[in-house]
Design a binder for this molecule. Structure first.
Ligand SMILES: [Zn+2]
Ligand SMILES: [Zn+2]
Length: 302
């Protein structure tokens, strides 16, 4: 069944989807469910392998207008999840899959960064990832041995959290304070690293380092903020999740995925993503399993 999927590697394709998506078929053509799956995969790859759920729902809705079967024209998250499941069955023998993952910064912050689709806000992204088991071989599909050494060195630095300033207009801090409905905590940590630290890497020229960091940001392995700090982006956190957990990054108490952003209890270090923190406070309770109040005794992870 694998030979009938056509796709290009996201790393070889830097095209950005157009306003209406690049995958929409010609108007006079009717398409099948199989075509829809193929177009969705192509759209995801055109987005460099990472796409927000609402964008995929918009594309799915457009594609379904071309189907003959009225029962195939219902567009919903369940339908999208079902289609992605089918694509994953076909990608499995190729060593790839599409992973559905929530962003730790929370749905309101995610939505504020996206084009308005008119759909309810959510924090979910679909990430096209390599499923080969060893971390080395995952990296080896895209990078040279020399580049892998550098990436590993960078990732090790980003596995250590550092104290940082509580900046009032930081979106994660604003959102957590809105959820808490209280004045800010005075403690904040981050897994991001000042980009100048990466230029201390031996044997590489600043130009080589700059250009690889640029490539890694383009591939959504790393992300650079406006202050020049570099952090792990979604693809890195999904592909290297087990490695990162083994290297000391804590997981979210609610969803058990890596907690690179969110909140942490000051007494016991249990952590939550922003939306998971809100879920806990709203539906479970305002106390950490260790007994401390998570409204009062917490810190931000930004
Ligand atoms: Zn979580
Ligand atoms: Zn605690």
């Amino acid at each position: 069944m694998t030979e009938d999927i056509e796709f290009t590697d996201p790393n070889g394709n830097t095209a950005q989807p157009s306003e209406s998506g690049t995958v929409i078929p010609e108007t006079d053509k009717s398409i099948t469910d199989h075509d829809i799956a193929r177009y969705l995969l192509q759209y995801l790859l055109d987005c460099r392998g990472i796409c927000h759920e609402n964008m995929l729902l918009v594309v799915l809705d457009k594609l379904q207008k071309y189907t003959q079967d009225p029962t195939s024209q219902v567009c919903s998250t369940d339908k999208l999840v079902e289609i992605i499941k089918g694509i994953n069955v076909k990608l499995n023998p190729l060593g790839y899959k599409i992973s559905r993952v929530g962003h730790g910064m929370g749905k309101n912050n995610v939505s504020s960064m996206l084009k308005d689709t008119g759909l309810p806000s959510n924090n979910r992204f679909y990430v096209y990832v390599n499923t080969v088991t060893s971390e080395e071989s995952k990296l080896a599909t895209r990078f040279s041995t020399r580049e892998i050494e550098f990436i590993k060195w960078c990732v090790e630095k980003m596995c250590v959290s550092r104290d940082c300033e509580v900046i009032i207009d930081c979106p994660i801090i604003t959102e957590v304070d809105r959820i808490r409905n209280d004045v800010s905590w005075n403690k904040c940590i981050t897994y991001s690293v000042e980009s100048s630290e990466f230029f201390q890497y031996k044997d590489w020229s600043p130009i080589e380092i700059e250009s690889l960091l640029f490539k890694l940001c383009g591939l959504k392995w790393f992300a650079k903020d406006e202050n020049g700090r570099i952090s792990m982006d979604l693809r890195c956190s999904v592909e290297l999740e087990e490695y990162l957990i083994a290297n000391g990054i804590s997981t979210c108490e609610n969803c058990h995925r890596l907690a690179l952003q969110g909140t942490r209890c000051t007494s016991c270090s249990r952590s939550w993503h922003v939306d998971c923190y809100q879920h806990r406070i709203t539906h479970i309770g305002k106390y950490c399993p260790c007994g401390e109040s998570i409204l009062q005794n917490g810190m931000y992870i930004v």
